[in-house]
Design a protein around this ligand. Sequence first.
Ligand SMILES: [Cu+2]
Length: 472
Amino acid sequence: MNGRAARVFRLTNETGQPGITLLPGGRFGVTLVNHIDSHTIIHWHGQLPPWTQDGFPWPQTPPLSPASSKTYDYVPIPGTYWMHSHQGLQQQSLMTAPLIVHDVAELREDRQEIILMLHDFSFRPPDELLAGLTGQTPSAAHAMAREVENVAAPAVGPPATAPSMSMRGMMHDMKGMGGMMSGHRDGMSSMDGTTGMRMDINDIAYDAFLANDRTLADPEVVRVERRGRMRLRVINGASSSQFWIDLGGLTGQVVAVDGHAVHPVTGSRFPLAIAQRLDILVDLSAPGAFPILACLEGSRRCTGLVLATQGARVTRIGETGLDQMQPLDNSLETRLAAMEPLRPREPDLVHRVVLSGGMKPYSWSLNGELWPRITPLMLAKGQRVEIELINHSMMAHPMHLHGHAFQVIAVNGKPINGAVRDTVLVTPMKGSVRIAFDADNPGRWPFHCHNLYHMMTGMMMECRYQGIAIQR
Ligand SMILES: [Cu+2]
């Protein structure tokens, strides 16, 4: 990494390439083999398998021990997806990869496919990064992170007194509940352009930001045709960083978000929250070299790759851009409209979830509760479910629901017939988002903030179907 050795994980297929690409009509028939020296489990982010194949630990899909394997077999949905470890802090060590499922129409459009996978990177071990936020020792942070996803939520509601004090529980009780106000340790704060209020972003000071595992000091140069037609599949696989995708002098059309088609939105700069994906169509009209950048919100730091036609001169691009990027917002979200929206229907059930927490103590909650001591959101098969997410904290949270694609039906109180997707950003200081989905995939599904360090310190709950057996 920029001339210095680093030890990271990889998720590769049988040919040694990162991730998986499936052809139209194929099944997701995959054997996951664990070649590392600790437990792991991989989540097929955004896919809709039966819950026992989701790749979230708990007792039902236990992590794989070293040298063991597990076979998966389900019908995949087409689009730009990704996979990542759902075990401890392995995601921060790049245990992530693209998961691309082609469909017939896409292949027929005959476009060059270019994957741009983003990461944040630190030479410090992830345990140390978490410890830096929580004030624990790295070994205590490691123990906490290892435990988090392997503990199921209680059978019914949270107990009046905690049955066993977890590391996090003790820390939290000692320091008291975090309010809306927050201090700063590693992070930065920024002024929100529209409200002029201070907000928190970028909890961790990273050493580098990666595009397909490289920095702008030595970026990937993708050879393209003079009149090339491309589909960029941009995946934000970062653990704790959000980006503006900047096409520079090019104009593109967003045609899918989180794998699901939307009516095209034209532009040259688009926000991409943690875990989200963008499919962007780009057509070249002249030869040349065209940087495609991902610039960290609230900063000048960028990563990216370069599209270059034959013979084009590729000049060095600095890792620090000229413009300070705004914090991410929902300006794109409110312009999106699903190609295949939900059928209009009154909800059978409306849940309300309040997002809160702060930097001091470093702890993030949903409805005032910390995973795993949470009250599940109950639902029943066949219901139309709506969830109203309201953010009382000073930081934005990319919320991800497992096992379902939901439609965004309101942003900050304004109804929209928005995108169908699996991860949505809830902006800080009373920002709100309303989502709707049909309860058609019975199970016990995690619903969490996809900022790894927020999830690790409590920001996770469960959507639980009635009648699902509680296994221990
Ligand atoms: Cu969060």
